[in-house]
Write a protein that binds this ligand. Structure first.
Ligand code: NAD
Length: 251
């Protein structure tokens, strides 16, 4: 329970990886603030399970992030995890999807960080953990906005790491390969269309083809890394981009 007395905000934590991270931080004693969309009754159940509060702000807008940070109060552990995907050839990529993915997957992390850092500096301790992706290190076709945003996330993380190092605040990326969550499930139909493939071909020839292990990464494995980054043992892990991708980016 080494996170007792610390408040952790996990963006996009009503589902998937973010929820896994929120559960893991809660199990170490952190007071958790959830964010994200979903069924109200389900979210109420999660809040009860985790003794958490939920702030449903839309992080695709600056005003939404500002609302989130004002309601969340002082945050010791900031996990920028909210994200979305859109799969389409570049000439067909809807400009509004580009804008939204850059805003949510990249800009929201800048805005949460700029608003969380003053408290962290004052407290003399902080952890910023960004869920990037294997796509922060390498590209795939038809994911222009996502790959651009995730590469940007890696750069933002390095900058934060350098700026904040002397304040006992670390900033790192965790970069998973494919994790079986709604985000991956939802991109299958568009990938089938973009590549003229069956569902099975997308699973085996696009998704698992990237991962030498031929297995999806587990949510709990990503969450365990987030917890480790909060430990004193991790105080010198700063500005890193930590791959959990079965060897994908080793190629
Ligand atoms: P998910 O779809 O299960 O969860 C996304 C979360 O973000 C949900 O809680 C959703 O409500 C929230 N969200 C969506 N739009 C939002 C908005 N406008 N404002 C606030 N919250 C919003 O997806 P996931 O797979 O758990 O993805 C989480 C993060 O992990 C994303 O940043 C994603 O890019 C990254 N990631 C996922 C994978 C994967 O294979 N699943 C791999 C690498 C990186």
């Amino acid at each position: 329970m080494f996170l007792q007395g610390k408040r952790a905000l996990v963006t996009g934590s009503t589902s998937g990886i973010g929820l896994g991270i929120a559960r893991a931080l809660h199990s170490e004693g952190a007071e958790v603030v959830l964010n994200g969309f979903g069924d109200e009754a389900e979210i109420a159940k999660l809040c009860e399970e985790l003794g958490a509060t939920h702030i449903g702000a839309d992080l695709a807008s600056v005003a939404g992030v500002e609302e989130l940070m004002a309601k969340a109060g002082a945050v010791d552990v900031l996990v920028n995890n909210a994200g979305m995907q859109h799969v389409a050839p570049v000439e067909e990529f809807p400009p509004e999807k580009w804008e939204m993915i850059i805003a949510l997957n990249l800009s929201s992390a800048f805005h949460t960080a700029r608003l969380a850092v003053p408290h962290m500096k004052q407290a003399g301790w902080g952890r910023i953990i960004n869920t990037a992706s294997a796509h922060s290190l390498t590209a795939s076709p038809f994911k222009s906005a996502y790959v651009a945003a995730k590469h940007g996330m890696a750069g933002l993380t390095k900058t934060l790491a350098l700026e904040l190092a002397e304040h006992n605040i670390t900033a790192n990326c965790i970069s998973p390969g494919y994790v079986w969550t709604p985000l991956v499930e939802n991109q299958i139909p568009d990938t089938m269309a973009a590549r003229n493939m069956t569902r099975e071909q997308v699973m085996n020839d696009v998704l698992l083809a990237k991962q030498p292990t031929k297995k999806f990464v587990q949510i709990e494995e990503v969450a365990a890394m987030a917890v480790f980054l909060c430990r004193d043992d991790a105080q010198n892990i700063n500005g890193a981009n930590l791959s959990i991708d079965g060897g994908w980016t080793a190629e």
